[in-house]
Design a protein around this ligand. Structure first.
Ligand code: ADP
Ligand code: MG
Length: 466
Protein backbone atom coordinates (compact mmCIF):
# COMPACT_ATOMS: atom_id res chain seq x y z
CA UNK A 1 0.00 0.00 0.00
CA UNK A 2 1.48 3.37 -0.85
CA UNK A 3 1.89 6.07 1.77
CA UNK A 4 -1.05 8.08 0.65
CA UNK A 5 -3.45 5.16 0.72
CA UNK A 6 -2.10 4.10 4.02
CA UNK A 7 -2.75 7.55 5.48
CA UNK A 8 -6.26 7.41 4.17
CA UNK A 9 -6.84 3.97 5.59
CA UNK A 10 -5.45 4.78 9.04
CA UNK A 11 -7.45 7.97 9.33
CA UNK A 12 -10.52 6.15 8.01
CA UNK A 13 -10.20 3.48 10.67
CA UNK A 14 -9.72 6.06 13.33
CA UNK A 15 -12.78 7.99 12.15
CA UNK A 16 -14.83 4.81 12.28
CA UNK A 17 -13.66 4.22 15.82
CA UNK A 18 -14.39 7.80 16.90
CA UNK A 19 -17.87 7.70 15.39
CA UNK A 20 -18.54 4.43 17.04
CA UNK A 21 -17.42 5.43 20.49
CA UNK A 22 -19.00 8.85 20.45
CA UNK A 23 -21.46 9.69 17.74
CA UNK A 24 -22.03 13.34 18.51
CA UNK A 25 -23.08 15.88 15.92
CA UNK A 26 -20.41 18.20 17.29
CA UNK A 27 -17.58 15.82 16.64
CA UNK A 28 -19.07 14.83 13.29
CA UNK A 29 -18.98 18.46 12.24
CA UNK A 30 -15.26 18.60 12.85
CA UNK A 31 -14.55 15.28 11.17
CA UNK A 32 -16.48 16.10 8.04
CA UNK A 33 -14.09 17.12 5.30
CA UNK A 34 -10.94 15.71 6.89
CA UNK A 35 -8.72 13.30 4.95
CA UNK A 36 -5.71 11.18 5.85
CA UNK A 37 -2.91 12.36 3.56
CA UNK A 38 -0.07 10.08 4.36
CA UNK A 39 2.06 8.41 6.94
CA UNK A 40 5.72 8.87 7.61
CA UNK A 41 7.06 6.60 10.33
CA UNK A 42 4.96 7.18 13.41
CA UNK A 43 3.58 10.43 12.04
CA UNK A 44 0.25 10.73 10.29
CA UNK A 45 -0.63 13.81 8.25
CA UNK A 46 -4.28 14.76 8.07
CA UNK A 47 -5.85 17.44 5.96
CA UNK A 48 -8.46 19.62 7.64
CA UNK A 49 -10.65 22.27 6.02
CA UNK A 50 -9.67 25.14 8.30
CA UNK A 51 -7.67 26.26 11.29
CA UNK A 52 -10.69 26.13 13.52
CA UNK A 53 -11.13 22.41 12.95
CA UNK A 54 -7.42 21.84 13.52
CA UNK A 55 -7.68 23.65 16.82
CA UNK A 56 -10.70 21.62 17.91
CA UNK A 57 -9.25 18.27 16.93
CA UNK A 58 -5.96 19.03 18.62
CA UNK A 59 -7.26 20.53 21.78
CA UNK A 60 -10.68 19.16 22.49
CA UNK A 61 -10.44 15.79 20.90
CA UNK A 62 -6.70 15.18 21.24
CA UNK A 63 -7.06 12.72 24.09
CA UNK A 64 -9.87 10.80 22.46
CA UNK A 65 -8.00 10.59 19.17
CA UNK A 66 -4.96 9.33 21.01
CA UNK A 67 -7.12 6.72 22.72
CA UNK A 68 -8.37 5.57 19.31
CA UNK A 69 -4.86 5.25 17.92
CA UNK A 70 -3.92 3.12 20.89
CA UNK A 71 -7.11 1.05 20.85
CA UNK A 72 -6.69 0.22 17.19
CA UNK A 73 -2.99 -0.32 17.63
CA UNK A 74 -2.22 1.86 14.64
CA UNK A 75 1.35 2.64 15.57
CA UNK A 76 0.93 6.38 15.11
CA UNK A 77 2.33 8.63 17.77
CA UNK A 78 1.75 12.01 16.27
CA UNK A 79 -0.82 13.58 14.01
CA UNK A 80 0.03 16.67 12.02
CA UNK A 81 -3.00 18.61 10.80
CA UNK A 82 -2.58 20.53 7.59
CA UNK A 83 -5.05 23.23 6.78
CA UNK A 84 -6.25 23.08 3.24
CA UNK A 85 -8.97 25.51 2.43
CA UNK A 86 -10.39 27.52 -0.39
CA UNK A 87 -10.62 26.91 -4.10
CA UNK A 88 -7.21 25.30 -4.27
CA UNK A 89 -8.88 22.17 -2.90
CA UNK A 90 -11.05 21.13 -5.81
CA UNK A 91 -10.72 17.50 -4.83
CA UNK A 92 -12.68 18.23 -1.67
CA UNK A 93 -15.17 20.73 -2.78
CA UNK A 94 -15.40 20.04 -6.46
CA UNK A 95 -15.48 23.74 -7.19
CA UNK A 96 -13.51 24.88 -10.14
CA UNK A 97 -12.96 28.47 -9.16
CA UNK A 98 -14.45 31.13 -6.94
CA UNK A 99 -16.72 33.36 -8.89
CA UNK A 100 -20.14 34.79 -9.15
CA UNK A 101 -23.33 32.87 -8.77
CA UNK A 102 -24.98 31.52 -11.84
CA UNK A 103 -27.86 29.54 -10.50
CA UNK A 104 -30.77 30.18 -12.80
CA UNK A 105 -33.75 31.72 -11.13
CA UNK A 106 -31.71 33.55 -8.58
CA UNK A 107 -32.46 37.18 -8.95
CA UNK A 108 -31.12 38.40 -5.64
CA UNK A 109 -28.32 40.87 -5.23
CA UNK A 110 -24.99 40.23 -3.61
CA UNK A 111 -23.80 37.86 -6.28
CA UNK A 112 -20.43 39.42 -6.83
CA UNK A 113 -17.48 38.02 -5.05
CA UNK A 114 -14.95 40.31 -3.46
CA UNK A 115 -13.58 37.82 -1.04
CA UNK A 116 -9.97 37.17 -1.92
CA UNK A 117 -9.20 33.78 -3.40
CA UNK A 118 -8.24 31.23 -0.84
CA UNK A 119 -10.30 32.78 1.93
CA UNK A 120 -12.49 30.40 3.91
CA UNK A 121 -15.49 32.05 2.31
CA UNK A 122 -15.03 29.92 -0.76
CA UNK A 123 -14.54 26.57 0.78
CA UNK A 124 -17.81 24.71 0.61
CA UNK A 125 -16.67 22.32 3.35
CA UNK A 126 -18.33 19.38 1.65
CA UNK A 127 -17.27 15.86 2.44
CA UNK A 128 -16.41 14.35 -0.95
CA UNK A 129 -18.05 11.09 0.10
CA UNK A 130 -21.45 12.52 0.86
CA UNK A 131 -22.80 12.49 -2.66
CA UNK A 132 -26.19 11.66 -4.12
CA UNK A 133 -24.65 8.69 -5.89
CA UNK A 134 -23.43 7.12 -2.67
CA UNK A 135 -26.73 7.72 -0.89
CA UNK A 136 -28.79 4.53 -0.78
CA UNK A 137 -32.50 5.05 -1.15
CA UNK A 138 -35.05 2.84 0.58
CA UNK A 139 -38.51 3.15 2.04
CA UNK A 140 -37.32 5.08 5.06
CA UNK A 141 -35.74 7.90 3.13
CA UNK A 142 -37.48 7.96 -0.24
CA UNK A 143 -39.37 11.14 0.50
CA UNK A 144 -36.46 13.22 1.85
CA UNK A 145 -34.35 11.93 -1.01
CA UNK A 146 -36.94 13.01 -3.59
CA UNK A 147 -37.06 16.44 -2.01
CA UNK A 148 -33.29 16.68 -2.03
CA UNK A 149 -33.20 15.84 -5.73
CA UNK A 150 -35.83 18.38 -6.51
CA UNK A 151 -33.98 21.09 -4.60
CA UNK A 152 -30.74 20.20 -6.37
CA UNK A 153 -32.44 20.68 -9.70
CA UNK A 154 -34.02 24.01 -8.90
CA UNK A 155 -32.43 25.52 -5.82
CA UNK A 156 -34.17 28.44 -4.18
CA UNK A 157 -37.43 27.76 -5.92
CA UNK A 158 -39.94 25.32 -4.54
CA UNK A 159 -38.80 24.11 -1.20
CA UNK A 160 -37.12 26.86 0.69
CA UNK A 161 -36.05 26.20 3.35
CA UNK A 162 -35.77 22.46 3.14
CA UNK A 163 -35.70 21.05 6.66
CA UNK A 164 -34.67 17.48 7.48
CA UNK A 165 -35.02 16.04 10.93
CA UNK A 166 -34.42 12.65 12.52
CA UNK A 167 -32.22 10.74 14.94
CA UNK A 168 -28.48 10.56 14.86
CA UNK A 169 -26.72 8.67 12.08
CA UNK A 170 -29.70 8.45 9.73
CA UNK A 171 -28.23 10.38 6.82
CA UNK A 172 -29.25 14.00 7.37
CA UNK A 173 -25.78 15.42 6.91
CA UNK A 174 -25.06 13.12 4.00
CA UNK A 175 -28.24 14.04 2.16
CA UNK A 176 -27.84 17.74 2.79
CA UNK A 177 -24.29 17.69 1.48
CA UNK A 178 -25.40 15.64 -1.53
CA UNK A 179 -27.56 18.61 -2.46
CA UNK A 180 -24.49 20.80 -2.32
CA UNK A 181 -22.53 18.44 -4.55
CA UNK A 182 -25.35 18.26 -7.08
CA UNK A 183 -25.69 22.02 -7.27
CA UNK A 184 -21.95 22.36 -7.79
CA UNK A 185 -22.01 19.70 -10.47
CA UNK A 186 -24.63 21.59 -12.44
CA UNK A 187 -23.23 25.04 -11.61
CA UNK A 188 -19.55 24.74 -10.79
CA UNK A 189 -19.32 28.41 -9.93
CA UNK A 190 -22.15 28.45 -7.46
CA UNK A 191 -21.26 29.27 -3.92
CA UNK A 192 -22.36 26.46 -1.68
CA UNK A 193 -21.51 26.55 1.98
CA UNK A 194 -21.89 23.76 4.49
CA UNK A 195 -21.56 24.59 8.16
CA UNK A 196 -22.71 23.03 11.39
CA UNK A 197 -24.69 25.31 13.65
CA UNK A 198 -22.09 24.90 16.32
CA UNK A 199 -19.29 26.05 14.07
CA UNK A 200 -21.46 28.96 12.94
CA UNK A 201 -22.06 29.87 16.57
CA UNK A 202 -18.41 29.55 17.55
CA UNK A 203 -17.32 31.65 14.64
CA UNK A 204 -19.85 34.30 15.57
CA UNK A 205 -18.52 34.40 19.12
CA UNK A 206 -14.96 34.52 17.83
CA UNK A 207 -15.81 37.53 15.64
CA UNK A 208 -17.41 39.35 18.54
CA UNK A 209 -14.80 38.54 21.13
CA UNK A 210 -11.86 39.33 18.91
CA UNK A 211 -13.55 42.31 17.30
CA UNK A 212 -12.99 40.95 13.82
CA UNK A 213 -14.44 42.89 10.87
CA UNK A 214 -18.10 42.13 11.05
CA UNK A 215 -18.86 42.52 7.38
CA UNK A 216 -16.57 39.58 6.70
CA UNK A 217 -18.76 37.31 8.78
CA UNK A 218 -21.92 38.61 7.13
CA UNK A 219 -20.44 38.26 3.71
CA UNK A 220 -19.35 34.72 4.33
CA UNK A 221 -22.83 33.57 5.25
CA UNK A 222 -24.98 35.85 3.16
CA UNK A 223 -23.08 35.90 -0.10
CA UNK A 224 -23.86 32.31 -0.90
CA UNK A 225 -26.22 30.60 -3.29
CA UNK A 226 -26.92 27.71 -1.04
CA UNK A 227 -26.44 27.52 2.71
CA UNK A 228 -26.42 24.08 4.26
CA UNK A 229 -26.79 24.53 8.00
CA UNK A 230 -26.51 21.35 10.00
CA UNK A 231 -27.95 20.55 13.42
CA UNK A 232 -29.90 23.71 14.13
CA UNK A 233 -31.01 22.28 17.48
CA UNK A 234 -27.74 23.73 18.61
CA UNK A 235 -29.28 27.19 18.40
CA UNK A 236 -31.28 26.30 21.48
CA UNK A 237 -28.20 27.21 23.44
CA UNK A 238 -28.15 30.90 22.59
CA UNK A 239 -30.41 33.83 22.01
CA UNK A 240 -27.90 36.06 20.33
CA UNK A 241 -27.02 33.48 17.74
CA UNK A 242 -30.71 33.09 16.97
CA UNK A 243 -30.96 36.79 16.42
CA UNK A 244 -27.98 36.71 14.08
CA UNK A 245 -29.24 33.73 12.16
CA UNK A 246 -32.69 35.26 11.86
CA UNK A 247 -31.15 38.05 9.82
CA UNK A 248 -28.96 35.69 7.81
CA UNK A 249 -32.01 33.61 7.04
CA UNK A 250 -34.07 36.56 5.92
CA UNK A 251 -31.31 37.93 3.72
CA UNK A 252 -30.85 34.61 1.96
CA UNK A 253 -34.53 33.85 1.69
CA UNK A 254 -35.37 37.23 0.24
CA UNK A 255 -32.64 36.82 -2.32
CA UNK A 256 -34.13 33.41 -3.16
CA UNK A 257 -31.03 31.55 -2.17
CA UNK A 258 -31.52 27.96 -1.14
CA UNK A 259 -31.40 27.15 2.57
CA UNK A 260 -31.20 23.58 3.81
CA UNK A 261 -31.44 22.86 7.53
CA UNK A 262 -31.20 19.73 9.63
CA UNK A 263 -32.05 19.01 13.21
CA UNK A 264 -32.76 16.14 15.55
CA UNK A 265 -36.21 17.65 16.16
CA UNK A 266 -39.11 19.10 14.25
CA UNK A 267 -39.14 22.90 14.10
CA UNK A 268 -41.93 23.30 16.65
CA UNK A 269 -40.10 21.04 19.08
CA UNK A 270 -37.16 23.43 19.30
CA UNK A 271 -38.58 24.95 22.41
CA UNK A 272 -35.73 27.25 23.19
CA UNK A 273 -35.65 28.69 19.72
CA UNK A 274 -37.68 31.84 19.34
CA UNK A 275 -41.01 31.52 17.60
CA UNK A 276 -40.21 33.73 14.62
CA UNK A 277 -37.26 31.52 13.76
CA UNK A 278 -39.15 28.27 14.31
CA UNK A 279 -41.90 29.39 12.02
CA UNK A 280 -39.35 30.26 9.36
CA UNK A 281 -37.74 26.84 9.71
CA UNK A 282 -41.13 25.28 9.06
CA UNK A 283 -42.13 27.64 6.28
CA UNK A 284 -40.75 25.56 3.39
CA UNK A 285 -40.95 21.81 3.54
CA UNK A 286 -40.16 19.54 6.46
CA UNK A 287 -39.28 15.85 6.09
CA UNK A 288 -38.02 13.24 8.50
CA UNK A 289 -35.45 10.47 8.17
CA UNK A 290 -36.33 7.28 9.99
CA UNK A 291 -34.21 4.21 10.78
CA UNK A 292 -33.62 1.94 7.78
CA UNK A 293 -35.29 -1.47 7.48
CA UNK A 294 -33.28 -4.66 7.09
CA UNK A 295 -33.38 -4.63 3.31
CA UNK A 296 -31.94 -1.16 3.20
CA UNK A 297 -29.29 -1.94 5.80
CA UNK A 298 -28.14 -4.83 3.64
CA UNK A 299 -28.09 -2.57 0.58
CA UNK A 300 -25.97 -0.02 2.43
CA UNK A 301 -23.43 -2.62 3.51
CA UNK A 302 -23.25 -4.08 0.03
CA UNK A 303 -22.56 -0.70 -1.44
CA UNK A 304 -19.80 -0.16 1.14
CA UNK A 305 -18.26 -3.48 0.20
CA UNK A 306 -18.22 -2.52 -3.47
CA UNK A 307 -16.93 0.96 -2.68
CA UNK A 308 -14.08 -0.35 -0.57
CA UNK A 309 -13.45 -3.32 -2.85
CA UNK A 310 -13.90 -5.82 -0.04
CA UNK A 311 -15.00 -9.36 -0.78
CA UNK A 312 -17.36 -10.17 2.05
CA UNK A 313 -19.78 -13.11 2.11
CA UNK A 314 -23.49 -12.28 1.89
CA UNK A 315 -24.22 -14.11 5.11
CA UNK A 316 -21.74 -11.89 6.97
CA UNK A 317 -23.35 -8.78 5.51
CA UNK A 318 -26.76 -10.03 6.53
CA UNK A 319 -25.51 -10.88 10.00
CA UNK A 320 -24.17 -7.35 10.57
CA UNK A 321 -27.36 -5.82 9.16
CA UNK A 322 -29.52 -7.91 11.49
CA UNK A 323 -27.56 -7.03 14.56
CA UNK A 324 -26.96 -3.34 14.02
CA UNK A 325 -30.30 -1.76 13.41
CA UNK A 326 -30.33 1.57 15.16
CA UNK A 327 -28.61 3.79 12.67
CA UNK A 328 -26.52 3.92 9.53
CA UNK A 329 -23.48 5.50 11.10
CA UNK A 330 -23.16 2.65 13.54
CA UNK A 331 -23.80 0.14 10.81
CA UNK A 332 -20.98 1.52 8.73
CA UNK A 333 -18.68 1.78 11.73
CA UNK A 334 -19.18 -1.88 12.63
CA UNK A 335 -18.59 -2.85 9.02
CA UNK A 336 -15.36 -0.90 8.87
CA UNK A 337 -14.12 -2.26 12.17
CA UNK A 338 -14.82 -5.83 11.10
CA UNK A 339 -13.05 -5.28 7.79
CA UNK A 340 -10.10 -3.52 9.45
CA UNK A 341 -9.76 -6.27 12.00
CA UNK A 342 -9.85 -9.01 9.42
CA UNK A 343 -7.18 -7.28 7.37
CA UNK A 344 -4.91 -6.35 10.27
CA UNK A 345 -5.15 -9.73 11.96
CA UNK A 346 -5.27 -11.73 8.74
CA UNK A 347 -8.60 -13.37 9.66
CA UNK A 348 -11.41 -14.40 7.33
CA UNK A 349 -14.50 -12.20 7.25
CA UNK A 350 -16.84 -14.39 9.22
CA UNK A 351 -19.89 -14.31 11.44
CA UNK A 352 -17.66 -15.16 14.38
CA UNK A 353 -15.53 -12.11 13.74
CA UNK A 354 -18.64 -9.92 13.68
CA UNK A 355 -19.74 -11.39 16.98
CA UNK A 356 -16.41 -10.74 18.55
CA UNK A 357 -16.27 -7.22 17.18
CA UNK A 358 -19.70 -6.41 18.50
CA UNK A 359 -18.74 -7.76 21.89
CA UNK A 360 -15.38 -6.08 22.26
CA UNK A 361 -15.15 -3.00 20.15
CA UNK A 362 -18.48 -1.28 20.06
CA UNK A 363 -16.77 1.03 22.52
CA UNK A 364 -17.97 2.08 25.91
CA UNK A 365 -21.72 2.02 26.15
CA UNK A 366 -23.20 5.41 26.77
CA UNK A 367 -24.08 5.91 30.42
CA UNK A 368 -27.69 6.31 31.47
CA UNK A 369 -27.05 8.72 34.29
CA UNK A 370 -25.12 11.96 34.46
CA UNK A 371 -22.11 11.71 36.73
CA UNK A 372 -20.04 14.42 38.35
CA UNK A 373 -17.08 13.29 36.23
CA UNK A 374 -19.00 13.87 33.01
CA UNK A 375 -19.86 17.39 34.09
CA UNK A 376 -16.30 18.17 35.12
CA UNK A 377 -14.99 16.86 31.82
CA UNK A 378 -17.37 18.97 29.76
CA UNK A 379 -16.70 22.12 31.81
CA UNK A 380 -12.96 21.57 31.38
CA UNK A 381 -13.48 21.26 27.63
CA UNK A 382 -15.56 24.39 27.49
CA UNK A 383 -13.10 26.55 29.42
CA UNK A 384 -9.95 24.78 28.33
CA UNK A 385 -8.94 23.91 31.85
CA UNK A 386 -7.26 20.92 33.31
CA UNK A 387 -9.22 18.77 35.71
CA UNK A 388 -6.74 19.47 38.50
CA UNK A 389 -7.32 23.22 38.14
CA UNK A 390 -11.05 22.79 38.15
CA UNK A 391 -11.04 20.86 41.41
CA UNK A 392 -8.03 22.67 42.86
CA UNK A 393 -7.88 25.59 45.26
CA UNK A 394 -6.69 28.42 43.05
CA UNK A 395 -8.76 31.57 43.29
CA UNK A 396 -8.22 33.18 39.88
CA UNK A 397 -11.37 34.18 38.06
CA UNK A 398 -10.35 31.97 35.15
CA UNK A 399 -10.84 28.88 37.29
CA UNK A 400 -13.29 30.08 39.93
CA UNK A 401 -16.14 30.81 37.52
CA UNK A 402 -15.94 27.44 35.71
CA UNK A 403 -15.64 25.70 39.08
CA UNK A 404 -18.81 27.38 40.32
CA UNK A 405 -20.66 26.54 37.12
CA UNK A 406 -19.55 22.92 37.34
CA UNK A 407 -20.78 22.66 40.92
CA UNK A 408 -24.06 24.25 39.98
CA UNK A 409 -24.55 21.77 37.15
CA UNK A 410 -23.70 18.85 39.43
CA UNK A 411 -26.52 19.95 41.68
CA UNK A 412 -28.93 20.37 38.81
CA UNK A 413 -28.09 17.54 36.45
CA UNK A 414 -26.50 14.91 38.65
CA UNK A 415 -28.77 15.64 41.66
CA UNK A 416 -25.92 15.13 44.10
CA UNK A 417 -25.81 16.37 47.66
CA UNK A 418 -23.65 19.35 48.54
CA UNK A 419 -21.38 17.02 50.50
CA UNK A 420 -20.89 14.65 47.58
CA UNK A 421 -20.13 17.52 45.26
CA UNK A 422 -17.69 19.07 47.71
CA UNK A 423 -15.94 15.73 48.01
CA UNK A 424 -15.59 15.39 44.22
CA UNK A 425 -14.18 18.91 43.91
CA UNK A 426 -11.04 18.35 45.93
CA UNK A 427 -12.68 17.75 49.28
CA UNK A 428 -14.28 21.15 49.66
CA UNK A 429 -16.70 22.07 52.38
CA UNK A 430 -20.42 21.82 51.57
CA UNK A 431 -20.90 25.51 52.38
CA UNK A 432 -18.45 26.35 49.59
CA UNK A 433 -20.58 24.31 47.20
CA UNK A 434 -23.75 26.01 48.39
CA UNK A 435 -22.14 29.42 47.97
CA UNK A 436 -21.09 28.53 44.40
CA UNK A 437 -24.56 27.34 43.45
CA UNK A 438 -26.23 30.43 44.86
CA UNK A 439 -23.74 32.67 43.13
CA UNK A 440 -24.37 31.06 39.73
CA UNK A 441 -28.14 31.17 40.27
CA UNK A 442 -27.94 34.89 41.01
CA UNK A 443 -25.72 35.65 38.04
CA UNK A 444 -27.93 33.68 35.70
CA UNK A 445 -30.70 36.18 36.36
CA UNK A 446 -28.74 39.04 34.91
CA UNK A 447 -26.05 37.66 32.62
CA UNK A 448 -27.26 36.44 29.21
CA UNK A 449 -23.87 35.21 28.13
CA UNK A 450 -23.60 33.07 31.26
CA UNK A 451 -27.04 31.70 30.41
CA UNK A 452 -25.83 30.72 26.99
CA UNK A 453 -22.74 29.05 28.33
CA UNK A 454 -24.66 27.07 30.93
CA UNK A 455 -27.30 26.01 28.43
CA UNK A 456 -24.67 24.91 26.01
CA UNK A 457 -23.03 22.81 28.68
CA UNK A 458 -26.37 21.24 29.58
CA UNK A 459 -26.90 20.22 25.96
CA UNK A 460 -23.43 18.76 25.63
CA UNK A 461 -23.67 16.88 28.90
CA UNK A 462 -27.06 15.42 28.03
CA UNK A 463 -25.69 14.35 24.66
CA UNK A 464 -23.41 11.98 26.50
CA UNK A 465 -26.30 9.96 27.79
CA UNK A 466 -27.38 6.73 26.16
P1 ADP B 1 -26.90 12.24 10.55
O1 ADP B 1 -26.44 13.55 10.02
O2 ADP B 1 -28.36 12.00 10.38
O3 ADP B 1 -26.47 12.01 11.97
P2 ADP B 1 -25.05 11.19 8.62
O4 ADP B 1 -25.51 11.88 7.40
O5 ADP B 1 -23.82 11.72 9.26
O6 ADP B 1 -26.20 11.09 9.70
O7 ADP B 1 -24.85 9.66 8.27
C1 ADP B 1 -24.07 8.78 9.07
C2 ADP B 1 -23.26 7.85 8.20
O8 ADP B 1 -24.13 7.00 7.50
C3 ADP B 1 -22.45 8.59 7.15
O9 ADP B 1 -21.25 7.92 6.97
C4 ADP B 1 -23.31 8.50 5.90
O10 ADP B 1 -22.53 8.51 4.72
C5 ADP B 1 -23.98 7.16 6.10
N1 ADP B 1 -25.32 7.15 5.49
C6 ADP B 1 -26.44 7.68 6.03
N2 ADP B 1 -27.49 7.47 5.23
C7 ADP B 1 -27.02 6.80 4.17
C8 ADP B 1 -27.63 6.26 2.99
N3 ADP B 1 -28.93 6.39 2.77
N4 ADP B 1 -26.83 5.62 2.11
C9 ADP B 1 -25.52 5.47 2.34
N5 ADP B 1 -24.89 5.93 3.43
C10 ADP B 1 -25.63 6.58 4.34
MG1 MG C 1 -25.39 15.04 11.02
Amino acid sequence: MNKENEGKRIWGNLLAWLRQTEASPTLEAYLTGTTGLGRSGAQLTVEVPNAFVREKLTREYGTRIQAGLTALDLDVREIVYEVHEGPTAPRKAEISEPATAVIPGNTGSGASSEVPAGSPGHSSNLNPEYTMASFIVGKSNAYPHALARSVSLSPGKNYNPLYFYGGVGLGKTHLMQAIGHEILKAHPKARVLYVSSEVFHNEYIDYIQNKKPWDRFRKKYRDVDCLLLDDVQFFESGERIQEEFFHTFNALHQARKQIVLTSDKQPHQLQKVEERLRSRFASGVVADLIPPDLEMRIAILKSRAVEEAVAIPDEVIRYIAERVSSNIRELRAVFRTVVAKASVLGLPLSVALVDETLRTTTGPQKPHEISIGMIQEEVCHQFELRQEDLIGRRRQRRVVIPRQIAMYLCRELASRTLMEIGEAFGKKDHTTVLHSCTKVEENLKTDPSLNETVERLRIRIREKLG
